[in-house]
Design a binder for this molecule. Structure first.
Ligand SMILES: [Zn+2]
Length: 224
């Protein structure tokens, strides 16, 4: 290579090196975003409350709108249940709150002992609401049948509470019977209105004579 040409190349390289802008200051690399999974937070809370449960796979019945995206199978809340129930994690958490803040204080106040088992009549169920015309009218008339909150795992029907000594307090038998059992059920019903979004009792309609329907659906109704 001719010497002149080599010198020109070296000069060019030096000029371009001088013209290069200074290296930018190092940019702090942001840590990957922490994704807070509301379900995992809920599951942790359930575990912290000593609810006996296991997460189950999300399920649904396409076309019917039934199903649960974050189901848990609860074997027992903070109080034993007569049989397992499948609900959303949020519903399981609300039940635990209800047991601790409403059921047990009422039981101690009325009977001086705790409830040892909640007898429920159903949790998840893919069906439309069983509702009277009167109630349907309040929701804008759901003659065709709006899906029950049971179909979304957000509801439970409770038929009775069993005390530590084995006494059964039944919605069907005791709601209107007067005395401590009736008083307890009414205490629980009143308390459930501030724990759940919807609480339906025998006072509400003829379809709820034997159980308390409690749900965390989008509506608000204290049927006490
Ligand atoms: Zn129900």
């Amino acid at each position: 290579m001719p010497r002149l040409r080599l010198a020109a190349l070296i000069l060019l390289a030096m000029v371009s090196a001088c013209a290069r802008p200074p290296a930018p200051p190092p940019v702090a690399v942001a840590p990957p975003p922490v994704i807070l999974d509301p379900d995992s937070a809920c599951l942790q809370e359930l575990a912290g409350l000593h609810v006996s449960f296991e997460p189950v796979a999300a399920f649904g019945e396409p076309g019917q709108g039934c199903g649960i995206t974050n189901p848990v199978k609860v074997a027992a809340g903070t109080v034993a249940w007569n049989r397992p129930g499948v609900v959303t994690c949020a519903m399981a958490r609300t039940m635990a709150r209800f047991e601790l803040e409403v059921v047990q204080p009422a039981a101690f106040a009325r009977f001086g002992q705790p409830v040892k088992r909640i007898h429920h009549m159903g949790t998840y169920d893919c069906r439309v609401r069983r509702t009277s015309t009167k109630v349907a009218a309040q929701y804008g008339g759901s003659r065709g049948g709006r899906l029950s909150e049971h179909a979304k795992g957000q509801a439970i029907d409770i038929g009775a509470f069993e005390l530590a000594d084995g006494t059964m307090v039944s919605v069907k038998k005791d709601w209107r019977a007067g005395g401590a059992r009736s008083g307890f059920l009414h205490d629980v019903a009143r308390g459930s209105c501030s724990t759940f979004n919807v609480a339906l009792t025998p006072n509400h309609d003829r379809l709820h004579q034997d159980h308390l329907h409690l749900d965390i659906g989008p509506h608000t109704l204290c049927g006490y």
